[in-house]
Design a protein. Structure first.
Length: 183
């Protein structure tokens, strides 16, 4: 294994990373579109796709975790300050918590309205057996929205960190997650 290969993520990890990243950003934009929909019915139709993509993100994340546990992860660059390494690890843990927690929270909130989640007509997750309670469902949806906002800010921080390491520190930060470029 070359030194560059030892510092670069595997192709499988790259595919999971970019597929999840794109899906999360698309799902955020879908949710934003629903907020600005002309009618409640139009918002509901838009949210159908948000929920389905959320469950897809959950499944991709579970696949990514299995991949991560069965394939070596490159060490963080040795030139990182201790606080940078701690921040990077913390943000990654929070990412996984949100990537799993937000879709499950959305499914749980829908369940309190007595509704399951149809995943693009491929399969339907039935409502969880929690009983109907619109107030609880609404409270969970509020937490879900707050978690989504936190997620977007952390994604921004993650992108800024990758750019800093690539262009200022010149340690090839972003190229660890791309199949090209110098790490």
């Amino acid at each position: 294994m070359t030194d560059t290969a030892a510092r670069r993520y595997s192709i499988g990890a790259m595919i999971f990373h970019w597929a999840i990243a794109i899906a999360v950003i698309v799902n955020w934009r879908i949710a934003e579109s629903a907020e600005h929909a002309a009618t409640r019915e139009a918002a509901g139709a838009i949210m159908f796709n948000h929920k389905a993509l959320g469950i897809t993100i959950l499944l991709l994340t579970l696949g990514r975790l299995v991949w991560r546990w069965t394939h070596p992860v490159p060490a963080l660059p040795s030139d990182l300050a201790k606080w940078e390494a701690t921040l990077a690890r913390t943000v990654h843990v929070i990412f996984y918590v949100l990537l799993i927690g937000l879709p499950i929270g959305g499914w749980l909130a829908s369940s309190f309205y007595g509704k399951g989640v149809d995943v693009f007509g491929i399969f339907t997750l039935p409502a969880l057996p929690v009983g109907e309670n619109a107030d609880t469902g609404e409270a969970i949806f509020e937490l879900h929205g707050t978690g989504g906002e936190i997620f977007i800010y952390l994604i921004g921080l993650h992108i800024l960190g990758a750019l800093k390491h690539t262009f200022f520190d010149k340690n090839g930060g972003i190229f660890r997650m791309l199949p090209f470029g110098k790490v």
